[in-house]
Design a protein around this ligand. Sequence first.
Ligand code: HEC
Ligand code: HEC
Length: 345
Amino acid sequence: MKLKLELILVLALLPLLSLAGGRELYSENCEKCHGFSQQGSLGLPLYRSTIANHSDRYLQRTIKSGRPGRVMQGFNFSDNQITELIRFLRAGIKAPKYDVAAIKGNVKNGQGIYKKYCQSCHGYDLKGGQGIGKNFSWQKDRLVSPPSLINRGFLYSAEDQMIKHIIANGIKNTEMVPFVTAFNFTDQMLNDVVSFIRSHEKPPSYKNIIRRIREPVSFIYDSPYKLKETVKKIRNSVASYNFRVYANRTLLEGLRKENFSVDDKKQVVIRFCNFNNMQNFLKIEPRLGVMLPCRVTVVEDEQGKVRVVLANYKYAVARFNNEQISEAAIILIKEMQEMVEEALW
Ligand code: HEC
Ligand code: HEC
């Protein structure tokens, strides 16, 4: 009898326990991007009204595969963990189910509808608005950056019927309005625009960008000049490339303090910044500003040979996993290379 009572107690508490597990998984893995109360940050808001549109299949797949090229990585969770996480996100709201069969609409008509009604937010290439997730910056015209509709992770996860449902009914309290009531979309129009989105099934992926890099982790240039001369030349070149130079930083590693004099400098870091580039990055993602590279290191070795080292920033931003950012970095690093090459000419 006593045993039975305990069993009932455990069974009664089980849902609560697994909710706690889901909360924990969320705090540890998702909160930094989706926010403490799912209000969104680098990631989209995951309010209950948003999640209410999502099937379990969509959420499972989204968590497993992430959004390659749009910051969110895939998570290697067990089925059990994913179930707990989803239960936490749903907070009691019933999961919708969608037929997984493809919708067959007219792609060409869909393209026209997309251009007219969707492009201004989701972009001419369907890759979403500038930046990602929720914006806190006054520079942005939208509070939530419209997501990419052709992201590999999204297209893999979303059922055509779910996409249709979201377009038809919108997402509550967001700019994504219900197109059936707001713009009199017919069933045919919905099908056409879904088919147009689906026709982009194989977008270029972040892996392709990494593959495209095929370059060293840093670029090393031999300088024909002495250390001081090299530093001077780079500073001049920096200025002519419209970068602003900050104070040099000297690393005194391996040098005894009492012996230190200006001539003992063996490694000089030149820090600089170009406001055009900076603006470029900030427009994509304000939170990136702090991680801009803008530094060149000049090193002199034991034999007095001087080299200039430029970190290949493409790798750092590839890890950030955002196509727009990777493209901006490619432009920036190219400018920096030209700048160093000109200095050492
Ligand atoms: C590094 C940041 C980051 C982390 C960590 C992250 N996400 Fe995301 N997530 C995003 C971004 C960014 C998007 C939107 C992609 C876009 O704009 O195209 C997104 C989209 C989603 C979506 C789709 C939302 C929608 O409206 O369709 C879900 C669901 C989601 N994330 C769940 C999770 C869960 C659960 C976790 C933790 C296991 C997690 N995310 C961790 C950044 C993140
Ligand atoms: C005024 C801007 C705006 C317009 C116009 C707009 N959307 Fe959206 N859309 C958004 C925003 C913002 C979100 C994300 C809202 C959120 O999750 O908080 C969104 C979300 C979506 C989603 C869900 C994607 C995901 O990852 O969960 C789909 C699908 C979608 N939109 C399709 C469309 C289509 C198709 C059209 C044109 C018929 C359209 N949208 C027009 C702003 C817009």
